[in-house]
Write a protein that binds this ligand. Structure first.
Ligand code: GCU
Length: 633
């Protein structure tokens, strides 16, 4: 019952294959057919796990936080669900059993097990877990009293990599994807008073995962973002899309979707800015969507210079959802990127979700303020959130600070592009990324991939994702970070995926992985598409505090010299419309092993993980503050 990966991987079964489906249903059924004494058995049809969803603006809904200490059991052999023959056991961890006379030996006890903090990866919370990849079980008791007319979801901001949820021993849902939030309805499984949640998270890397087995970042496992209960009325707004219509400065278009409302139900959208309100009503159609078209002659547009946010109040029957949104347009015209109809140059930096100072997976407001504070200090107006969706706190703060965002799903390096299961996983993560952040004015680019080989299977795979992104969100631009061919001192951008993209992203490492830094001065660029180009990665490594000759690798001087020569080249690329050097801060990676220099850290950061700014930070800062780079038009 274990997948054929290098580590025995725990799973309820991969619903994508028959054997997995049997394991999955058997595993769930046993968790229901033998409910704990504290529960009423649910009827059979509730035994099936339901698909998760993504509730819009969940961070603006009334929630009951379940963050804090959770009891945990490390379970490398998947023993919490399977017996020695690989059969789902009836006394599995999901039931949170206590030893009684009538049961056989119960060889686990959450209440006496140690705890970990949620949110937070497990790797940096316990030294013995730094390299752990596999299943780990979380359990938390909580009080709840059901409210008539309310439906309750359990919200998980992110769980890396696969997760399985039970409430009071009843199987609820499972999810795959380590960086996108999801919501599972638990209304039926709740009882008044004492309840308990059990969440199994399995961080095993999968050959058919998204990402696949090898990445240049640490596989931080666990409940890495917030967990909470979300209450909604029986009829509730689960998603909406409101955006400024391209070519206008005062027309907001889109739709609001209501669950459980009959056709013709009224919804209302109100914009409020300092007490000045405008509003409009609509009626739901058979698909539950009410189309919206609101004209506001006084609309103040969002931009990096003026990140104006409105209170947006959506009402539908009993449901009232409030959000905070900016309105702007983003489009291309030839090789230009236009924000609110004006050409813009994206002065940015790439960022991994590595927590400054404490390290580990970033999730907190403090992490976001530190990281984006450094971007602002750099003089940047843009950030590439690599290589996966970051916490919603980052995109909310980017909205407030006026920092434009490239947001990306982890279709990274050698994914299995010929496997339809992998495509469906990537499509799910793309959908979840867009559903969570389509209300963020700061997000202007959806990226479908990073550095993938230009094979026919990969180009078909990614072209499908580009199509999906456009269908889900026609108001933004779609891009990807591409590998670039080199012939002599010429970089050739002719990746066939370029046909499908709105904006080309290209990665190059002249002076680090190839050639010398000075070679950049006379490197030509042969770009076969008349589209905007963003230099989505360049740079080199340096150990903070290590100084020496410009020619000595790993010194701050060596790294700064790469940047100096890159700028000479970049200013010679007429259709360059942005840049996000690699990267803001050093980050943990299993690929970076050089003792006394890397020690499991990728050192291409402009800042070390303990906040030391290297020389290259100030070189880039000078360029951005003096605006001596790039041409918006
Ligand atoms: C690649 C890749 C990054 C990686 C970087 C590096 O371009 O996109 O994820 O960390 O190069 O080699 O440091």
């Amino acid at each position: 019952m274990f997948r054929n990966s290098r580590l025995p991987s725990f799973h309820l079964g991969n619903p994508h294959n028959q054997a997995g489906r049997i394991a999955f249903v058997l595993g769930l059924a046993l968790c229901v057919l033998f409910p704990t004494s504290r529960n009423q058995a649910l009827s059979a049809q509730e035994a099936k796990a339901q698909p998760s969803t993504v509730l819009a603006a969940v961070d603006h809904r009334h929630t009951v936080s379940l963050d804090g200490a959770w009891h945990v059991i490390v379970d490398p052999y998947g023993n919490g669900l399977y017996d020695s023959n690989g059969k789902a056991r009836s006394t599995g961890f999901a039931r949170n059993l206590a030893q009684t006379d009538s049961t056989g030996p119960i060889e686990y006890n959450f209440a006496k097990s140690p705890t970990l903090q949620v949110p937070g990866d497990w790797n940096t919370q316990r030294e013995s877990l730094m390299f752990y990849e596999g299943p780990l079980w979380y359990e938390k008791d909580f009080e709840y009293n059901k409210i008539p007319g309310k439906r309750v979801f359990l919200h998980i901001g992110a769980a890396n990599y696969r997760s399985y949820l039970w409430i009071n021993g009843h199987a609820i849902c499972e999810h795959e994807g380590g960086f996108t939030g999801f919501d599972c309805e638990i209304t039926q499984a709740l009882q008044d008073g004492n309840n308990f949640a059990v969440i199994a998270v399995d961080s095993t890397r999968l050959a058919d995962g998204v990402p696949t087995l090898k990445t240049d970042w640490w596989n931080y496992g666990g409940l890495t973002r917030e967990v909470s209960l979300v209450e909604v009325p029986d009829r509730y707004i689960d998603e909406f899309d409101l955006h400024l219509k391209r070519g206008t400065r005062d027309e907001i278009e889109g739709w609001v979707h209501v669950v459980g409302a009959p056709t013709g139900s009224e919804i209302k959208v109100t914009l409020d800015k300092d007490g000045q309100t405008t509003g409009i009503t609509g009626k739901t159609e058979a698909d539950g969507k009410a189309q919206i078209h609101l004209v506001d002659g006084k609309l103040q547009l969002w931009s990096p210079e003026h990140p104006v946010l409105y209170r947006v109040i959506l009402t539908a029957g009993e449901d009232r959802l409030e959000d905070e949104m900016g309105f702007r347009t983003i489009e291309t015209r030839g090789t230009q990127i236009l924000l609110n109809g004006q050409p813009i140059f994206l002065k940015g930096i790439s960022v991994h979700a590595e927590a400054p100072y404490r390290t580990g997976r970033a999730f907190s407001e403090q992490d976001a303020e530190t990281l984006l504070g450094w971007v602002h200090e750099l003089g940047g107006n843009y950030v590439r959130l690599a290589h996966y969706p970051h916490s919603e706190r980052m995109t909310r703060l980017a909205d407030r600070m006026g920092i434009l965002v490239w947001s990306e799903i982890p279709v990274y390096w050698a994914c299995h592009f010929e496997d339809p299961v992998v495509l469906s996983k990537a499509q799910s993560q793309l959908l979840e990324m867009i559903r969570r952040d389509r209300d963020k004015a700061s997000v202007i680019l959806w990226s479908v991939a990073n550095e993938t080989p230009a094979t026919p299977a990969r180009t078909a795979f990614l072209t499908t994702l580009v199509r999906d992104a456009r269908q889900l969100d026609p108001s933004r631009l779609v891009t990807a970070a591409l590998l670039v061919r080199t012939e002599g001192n010429t970089k050739i951008v002719d990746d066939p995926l370029g046909d499908a993209l709105d904006v080309l992203g290209t990665n190059e490492y002249i002076g680090w992985y190839e050639h010398t830094a000075a070679d950049a001065d006379h490197t030509q660029w042969d770009i076969r598409y008349q589209k905007p180009l963003i230099m989505s990665e360049f740079g080199g490594g340096a150990k903070a505090g290590l100084h020496g000759e410009v020619s000595t690798r790993w010194t701050e001087e060596f790294q700064a010299n790469i940047y100096e020569h890159q700028f000479v080249m970049l200013n010679q690329i007429p259709q360059l419309r942005g840049m996000s050097p690699w990267l803001l801060m050093d980050f943990r990676s299993p690929l970076r092993l050089l003792p006394e220099i890397q020690d499991f850290y990728n050192r291409k950061g402009l800042i070390s993980e303990d906040g030391h700014k290297k020389k290259a930070f100030f070189v880039l800062q000078k360029l951005y503050k003096e605006n001596t780079i790039g041409h918006a038009q």
